[in-house]
Design a protein. Structure first.
Length: 400
């Protein structure tokens, strides 16, 4: 009875203040609507004890309750995230909380490999059900805004390779090569000789298979290798969606390694997610805690200012910076649509808990990019202290 009285007071306050299209269904068959509007999301509370998730909501505990089956939630993921965010914001909890960085969780080769395997080795089939046919798992580039996902991913790769000026015969290192789409494109269209590295065995296997199928084994070498263990020099280096796994305190060493690997006159691009919080605290309302626990263990987001500073500390000069936040919001929204469209096939490739994690994670990323909690920057650089004649006069070459 006491729990239901608390729920009644809570729901009255939510209805009067937020008017959310949400129905809460109770263990005894009763339900509460938080708006006169038709509910777009339904939350079933299987027992009185599970009311605590609703009465003191954060994105962390709501997400955990859904993933662990303590709350049953129905609806489109985008609606679930929007309503969950409204509930969390209304709770009055601190918007962002401090994050303990890698002093307590060092980024060793073993820990980093374990984290990569956890995230990327769900299965290749799993990812194929919501990514584009080339399985590019990073921000697409919508040149005009009306491209489909497959076209926008090809344009993203071409945008990167054009920005760094890849020429026939040059060597290119792709750090975190995924399923090989960038190095295959670099070899086929731009005539580069490529090395792609990953710590994911599933990515490695499929990338090698795709390289063989394309007849490019003499021009592309796919390896399972840590970035700290690479030797040699490369004319061009790309790091796409990888430096988020490095750890903020390790960024100077990361960029120093890139500098050592970059040939004189070479060009590097770092394409990665950043936080928009200058204090580099977690994402608002517990969203970062959820991602740390369920999605990207040991992942850390730096602020753009930190990225630029640590690149300079690593001996690299920043030459061009482009914000693609709008592009990643669109990319994640399309991934979410694909995920929900192919839900039944995805359920056959993953256990129910993994399905629920990704269901809310993809939509949550779209929301976070849309609301400027996180961003995506492409940063082009070269070795510091070089002759400025190596730098183009304008950005026009990027758009020819």
């Amino acid at each position: 009875m006491f729990d239901q009285l608390k729920l009644s007071a809570w729901s009255t306050g939510i209805r009067n203040k937020l008017n959310l299209p949400l129905r809460v269904e109770l263990w005894n068959g009763d339900h509460v609507d938080l708006s006169a509007e038709q509910p777009r999301v339904k939350i079933r509370v299987p027992s009185a004890g599970n009311l605590r998730y609703l009465l003191s909501p954060t994105l962390d505990n709501l997400g955990e309750a859904y993933v662990e089956g303590n709350l049953e939630i129905e609806g489109r993921a985008a609606d679930m995230i929007q309503i969950g965010s409204a509930l969390a914001e209304n709770s009055g909890k601190p918007a962002r909380v401090s994050k303990v960085l890698s002093l307590l969780s060092p980024h060793t080769r073993e820990k980093d490999a374990e984290a990569i395997r956890y995230h990327y080795d769900v299965s290749n089939e799993f990812y194929s059900n919501f990514l584009d046919p080339a399985m590019v798992y990073s921000c697409a580039y919508f040149e005009n805004g009306d491209e489909d996902l497959e076209t926008a991913q090809v344009k993203k790769i071409d945008h990167i390779l054009t920005k760094i000026g890849v020429q026939p015969g040059q060597t290119l290192l792709d750090i975190g090569c995924g399923w090989g789409a960038l190095v295959i494109r670099a070899a086929q269209k731009f005539g580069a000789r490529c090395v792609g590295i990953t710590l994911s065995e599933r990515q490695y296997e499929l990338a090698r298979e795709r390289v063989k199928r394309a007849g490019l084994e003499d021009r592309i070498d796919i390896r399972i290798q840590d970035y700290r263990d690479i030797d040699g020099q490369f004319d061009r280096i790309t790091s796409v969606g990888m430096f988020e796994h490095v750890g903020v305190q390790h960024l100077p060493a990361y960029f120093s390694q890139i500098n050592r690997l970059l040939a004189p006159g070479g060009v590097v691009m770092n394409h990665g997610i950043t936080t928009t919080d200058v204090g580099e605290r977690n994402s608002p309302y517990g969203a970062g805690n959820f991602i740390d626990k369920y999605v990207f263990p040991h992942g850390e987001l730096a602020h753009l200012s930190t990225v630029i500073r640590t690149m300079q500390e690593g001996g690299l000069e920043v030459r061009d910076v482009e914000n693609l936040r709008r592009h990643y919001a669109r990319t994640c929204a399309l991934w979410t649509e694909n995920f929900e469209r192919n839900a039944e096939r995805i359920r056959q490739t993953a256990d129910p808990k993994t399905f629920r994690i990704w269901h809310v994670y993809l939509a949550g990323c779209a929301y976070a990019f849309t609301h400027d909690w996180i961003s995506l920057y492409q940063i082009v650089g070269g070795k510091a202290g070089q002759d400025p004649a190596q730098i183009p006069w304008s950005r026009s070459y990027m758009y020819r």
